[in-house]
Design a protein around this ligand. Structure first.
Ligand SMILES: [Zn+2]
Length: 68
């Protein structure tokens, strides 16, 4: 699945609603480590409505500091 933040096709489902209702799913991106739940508001789930200040490019990710 395409990541909402970085746009890479590296997001996968990592959880379902624990009550089995199917009310939501959680996805996680292995590139930028963004996580989201499918029950979030449109301004989180709709790429066209997301605040561009919170988006990341592959160049941004390549230049992130590393903590060791
Ligand atoms: Zn990502």
């Amino acid at each position: 699945m395409k990541c909402l933040r970085c746009g890479n096709d590296t997001a996968e489902k990592v959880a379902d609603a624990p009550d089995g209702s199917g009310a939501w799913e959680v996805y996680a991106c292995s590139t930028c480590h963004y996580n989201w739940r499918t029950s979030e508001q449109d301004y989180i789930l709709d790429p066209a409505k997301r605040d561009p200040r919170f988006q990341m490019t592959n160049e941004d990710i390549a230049h992130l500091g590393r903590f060791v």
